[in-house]
Design a protein around this ligand. Sequence first.
Ligand SMILES: [Ca+2]
Ligand SMILES: [Ca+2]
Ligand SMILES: [Ca+2]
Length: 221
Amino acid sequence: MRRVPKIVVFLTAIWLLSALSSCCPTIPAALEASNPAQPLTLKWSFQMTGPSCDRVYADDLDGDGHKEVIAGAQIAENPYLYVINYDGTLKWKYQPGCCVLDVYAADLEGDGYKEVIAGSSDGYAYVFNYDGTLRWKYHIGACVTRVYADDLDGDGYKEVFAGDRLFNYQGELLWEAVGAYSVYMADLEGDGYKEFIIGSKSEQRVHVFNYNGTEKNGNIS
Ligand SMILES: [Ca+2]
Ligand SMILES: [Ca+2]
Ligand SMILES: [Ca+2]
């Protein structure tokens, strides 16, 4: 039986260890989109730095009537957050310290321009202006796997959820939701205040909080 060289075993072990210890998942196979009954036509494709793109989103950041595509490269080496024009050309890009895990866009202060929110496995939540300039970033520490924004208290300014924390639009910490994994904001009973809905990964529960961070009606399992 042919022996595997020690260096190959060593490098494979290093790769496996780094893949397991990182927030970045293993690299999937190449995309195949096919349906013989209804063939798909490729409009354009954009070459990223890494072999994996985990999060994509689209919105009209600058209000010119064309939506931009936001895409995050999920690779530890040379990762980038990309904002791509509707025609497939690069608008801007930003290099965080590690993989981009989630992206979202929202007009935080209602000035007509949407901000780009990104979470990274470098432990930071990032908020960018529509033109790619960094507005603020916050070091959460753990991998920032979810980002989202909505106006929770109805004051006209959107709050930013990132990782397990809630910030005001200027990046000031409002409160923490330790153990949060997924999030959404909606006015459940129509009283003008949105509730903060949080899915917990470890507890297998959904929690609903009032806009001020107090738990609403106990846990909903
Ligand atoms: Ca646009
Ligand atoms: Ca804005
Ligand atoms: Ca608000």
